[in-house]
Write a protein that binds this ligand. Structure first.
Ligand code: SF4
Ligand code: SF4
Length: 456
C-alpha cells in the first residue's frame, strides 16, 4: 500500500518536496500538482515534513475538511491544517483497540520519539521527554507500556553476533544494517542482487512485535490472539514495514498498528491530557528496560556505535571502560563517513551513511572494489530517525538545523545519563535469553527475529 500520498486538490506545485526526496520519486511540472512514483518511493515522509500547502477548517469549511481528514484515516478530533503531502494513518485502528475491552494492548515507542514529542506541546526543540512519554502512553490506556529501546538492545545482541560471525568466518561483507525500512526497500528495488549484504536482523520495531506476541503474551498470561500491538515511530515507513508478509513470525501480525510521533500528539490532545504537567514515569518491566546503546539508535551512527560497544566484548572478551564507551569517530551529521575501529587484534572498517541521496556512489565504490568495509550503517532520512518524516512538523525551515542538533544532543545526553550503556549489560535482555530465546542467533531467534530480505 502506498502510505504516502500527495493530494492533487491541495498541492500548488511549489516543488519543495521534490527537493528533499532522497530517491527522486516526485514528478511534475512547476505550479502543477506533483505525483509520487510509487514503485520508487521509500515512504520516508520527508515530503510530508517539508510540504507547506494546506487546507484548514477555517478557510475551507467543515465539509471539505472532513472529507480530507477521512481520506487520511484521521479521527474527527483532529482540527490542525491538512497538508498536501501526507501519510495514511492507523490512528483510528489504535483508538478502536484502546476502546475494545477484549483487547490487551501493548505499546512501544522508538528512541527518537522521546526527543521529539514534547515539541508538539510547545516545549523547546529537542526536549528529552522519556518519562512524560511513558506517563502519557499509560494515561491513554495502553495495558503495557513497553519500549522499542529494549528491542534496540536486542537487535544489537543479534546483529553484533551476526557481524562477528561474518567477519571471523569469512561471510558476506560488507554487512549493511537493516533497521531502516526505507533503506531496505531501496536496496530491494535498486540493488536486488546485493540484498545478501543486508543483516538478516529485523528492525527493533519488528523484533519487539514478535517478542510481545510470544514471550510478552506468556508474561502477561494472555492469548496472543487477543493482543493488539502498537508502535509509535518517528517514521512514516514503519507502517509499511509492519505490513510486510515476512513480519508475522509470531503466528500473528507482529505489529498491528503504527502511528507517528505527530499522531501520538493528536491522541494525547484528543484525550485532554496535559502533557507538560505529566510526571516522569518509567516504561513497564521487563520489555521496557533499556541501556544507552538502545537509545542512540535514534541518531545517525547510533546503531554502529551500539554495535561496536558490544562487538568489542564479543571479540576481545573485555569491556570498554566508561572512558572508552563513546565511539566518537562514527558520530556526525548528514553524508557518508568511514572509520577504522580497533577491536583487539582486529581493525573493524566501518561506514555510516545518512540521507539516501548519498548511497549510489558508495555502492558503486564497493562494487568496483575501491572501498573496503566490514559494516555499513545506512539511514534514509537527513540525520537519522531524529529527522524522520513522522516527527513533529517543522513549519519554519529555519528551525530545522536547531531541531536536528538539539534532538541529537538530547539523545546522547540521555545515553550518558543512563546507568548501563551497552546492550549486552541489559539484565532484561539476559533474562529474555535465559527464559526464552536461549542464545543470540539461536534457532528461536532466527525464527522470530531474523528474516530474508528480497526484491520488494
Ligand atoms: S515519502 Fe520519501 S521517498 Fe516517497 S516521495 Fe516522499 S520524500 Fe520521496
Ligand atoms: S531513517 Fe529512521 S525515520 Fe527515516 S526512514 Fe529510516 S527508520 Fe524511518
Amino acid at each position: 500500500m502506498a502510505f504516502i500520498q500527495i493530494d492533487k486538490d491541495i498541492c500548488t506545485g511549489c516543488q519543495e518536496c521534490s527537493g528533499v526526496c532522497p530517491v527522486y520519486a516526485i514528478e511534475g511540472n512547476p505550479h502543477e500538482a506533483q505525483t509520487i512514483v510509487t514503485e520508487r518511493c521509500v515512504m520516508c515522509g520527508q515530503c510530508v515534513q517539508k510540504c507547506k500547502s494546506y487546507i484548514s477548517l477555517l478557510d475551507h469549511g467543515l465539509e471539505e475538511y472532513t472529507k480530507k481528514r477521512q481520506e487520511r484515516g484521521l479521527p474527527d478530533t483532529v482540527t490542525e491544517p491538512l497538508f498536501a503531502a501526507y501519510n495514511v494513518s492507523h490512528l483510528n485502528a489504535v483508538i478502536a483497540a484502546l476502546q475494545d475491552p477484549k483487547k490487551f494492548t501493548m505499546v512501544q515507542a522508538a528512541p527518537a520519539v522521546r526527543v521529539g514529542i514534547a515539541e508538539d506541546f510547545g516545549l523547546p526543540l529537542g526536549t528529552l521527554a522519556a518519562g512524560k512519554l511513558a506517563a502519557a502512553l499509560r494515561r491513554l490506556g495502553f495495558d503495557q507500556v513497553y519500549d522499542t529501546n529494549f528491542a534496540a538492545d536486542l537487535t544489537i545482541m543479534e546483529e553484533g553476533t551476526e557481524l562477528v560471525k561474518r567477519v571471523t568466518e569469512k561471510g558476506v561483507l560488507p554487512m549493511f544494517t537493516s533497521c531502516c525500512p526505507g533503506w531496505v526497500r531501496y536496496m530491494e528495488h535498486q540493488y536486488p542482487e546485493l540484498t545478501k549484504h543486508l543483516s538478516s536482523c529485523k528492525s527493533p520495531q519488528q523484533m519487539a512485535g514478535a517478542v510481545f506476541k510470544t514471550y510478552g503474551a506468556k508474561l502477561n498470561g494472555f492469548d496472543p490472539a487477543s493482543l493488539f500491538t502498537v508502535s509509535v515511530m518517528p517514521c512514516t515507513c514503519k507502517a509499511f514495514e509492519s505490513d510486510r508478509e515476512e513480519m508475522r513470525d509470531s503466528g500473528y501480525k507482529d505489529v498491528d498498528a503504527v502511528i507517528t510521533t505527530r499522531e501520538l500528539a493528536y491522541l494525547i490532545k484528543r484525550a485532554g491530557i496535559d502533557f507538560t504537567a505529566l510526571p516522569e514515569e518509567s516504561f513497564d518491566q521487563p520489555l521496557g528496560d533499556y541501556t544507552g546503546a538502545g537509545t542512540i539508535f535514534g541518531v545517525t551512527g547510533g546503531v554502529m556505535e551500539a554495535a561496536i560497544r558490544t562487538a568489542y566484548t564479543l571479540i576481545t572478551g573485555k569491556e570498554l571502560s566508561d572512558k572508552e564507551v563513546d565511539i566518537l569517530p562514527v558520530r556526525g551529521t548528514e553524508g557518508f563517513r568511514t572509520a577504522d575501529i580497533p577491536l583487539g587484534d582486529l581493525t573493524l572498517k566501518v561506514g555510516v551513511l545518512t540521507n539516501l541521496k548519498h548511497i549510489d556512489p558508495v555502492i558503486e565504490q564497493l562494487r568496483r572494489g575501491t572501498l573496503h568495509l566490514h559494516f555499513v550503517e545506512v539511514m534514509t532520512c537527513p540525520e537519522g530517525c531524529v529527522s524522520g518524516g513522522g516527527q513533529p512538523k517543522l513549519l519554519l525551515d529555519a528551525d530545522r538545523p536547531a531541531a536536528y542538533e538539539n534532538r541529537r544532543k538530547a539523545t546522547f545526553d540521555h545515553d550518558k545519563a543512563l546507568p548501563l550503556r551497552k546492550s549486552h549489560t541489559n539484565p532484561a535482555i539476559t533474562q529474555l535469553y535465559q527464559d526464552f530465546l536461549e542464545k543470540p542467533n539461536g534457532k528461536l531467534s532466527h525464527k522470530l527475529l531474523h528474516t530474508k530480505y528480497k526484491r520488494g
